[in-house]
Ligand binder design. Structure first.
Ligand SMILES: NC(=O)c1ccc[n+]([C@@H]2O[C@H](COP(=O)([O-])OP(=O)(O)OC[C@H]3O[C@@H](n4cnc5c(N)ncnc54)[C@H](OP(=O)(O)O)[C@@H]3O)[C@@H](O)[C@H]2O)c1
Length: 219
């Protein structure tokens, strides 16, 4: 497969790139910082330098042309303010969807967030509320499109080693999940067409990834 990952130097993105490259997939990682090129090359991914807050649809469509799937794994990250939650967590996700449609790429995997269903309503922290509003808007934009999308909403991300055991459900309740396991779920979703149209929360659990994906997507 040929997969394009937006936010290619992110922690989930790098786990995913390594997993996909190891099985022979061709991975293009979109990064904005040229200093990150060697890291992606070490992962077995092909870096493409493009700032998703400045790029136009045509430019990004050229990059995703010929891909079997795109993955949105970018994020403004901790330390960023409300404006960048909108330009990255919403705006860049929407741009990727526009580019995928322009390029005729149907498959789109979204790294969303637990809480995106309700957005920022009732959240006191202004920046976190803006983040959840941005994730909600990005998810809703994607769901309204004629694309083969899957939306994964992880709980709190950790850097611990993946266990390969997860819980996926419409509502899981709060919980943590290692980034490596999020990547494994994305990889599994790429292989399982029954996950098209799936919106699921993700935390650590008791089910192997393929079993959890199969169970949640077949209802
Ligand atoms: N933290 C949590 O507990 C949690 C829970 C649920 C979901 N999530 C979501 O999961 C996402 C992925 O998590 P993660 O930990 O893997 O993220 P991460 O390590 O923070 O990676 C995000 C990546 O997005 C890139 N990026 C930001 N702005 C960009 C731009 N304009 N153009 C291109 N790339 C850009 C960053 O690049 P730079 O290094 O250049 O900034 C970074 O490499 C998060 O961003 C968040 O939305 C987080």
């Amino acid at each position: 497969m040929r997969i394009v990952i937006a936010g290619g130097h992110g922690k989930i993105a790098r786990h995913l790139a390594r997993q996909l490259a190891a099985r022979g997939d061709m991975v293009l990682g979109i990064i904005r910082n040229p200093d990150h090129v060697p890291d992606l090359q070490q992962d077995g991914a092909h870096p493409v330098v493009l700032d998703l807050e400045r790029a136009g649809v045509d430019e990004l469509a050229t990059i995703v042309t010929g891909a079997d799937a795109v993955v949105f794994a970018a994020g403004a990250g901790p330390g960023s303010g409300a404006p960048r939650k909108d330009t990255v967590d919403r705006g860049a996700a929407v741009l990727l969807a526009d580019a995928a449609q322009a390029a005729g790429v149907r498959r789109y995997l979204m790294v969303s967030s637990m809480g995106a269903a309700t957005g920022g309503a009732g959240i006191e922290d202004e920046v976190f509320a803006a983040y959840q509003d941005a994730k909600k808007a990005a998810d809703e934009d994607l769901m309204a499109r004629d694309l083969d999308w899957t939306i994964i909403r992880p709980g709190r991300l950790t850097d611990g080693p993946g266990t390969g055991l997860v819980r996926l459900a419409a509502e899981t309740g709060r919980g943590d999940v290692p980034r490596e396991d999020v990547a494994s779920v994305l990889r599994g979703a790429l292989d399982d067409d029954s996950t098209v149209g799936l919106v699921a929360e993700l935390v650590s659990g008791d089910d192997p990834v393929d079993v959890a994906l199969s169970a949640v997507s077949r209802g």
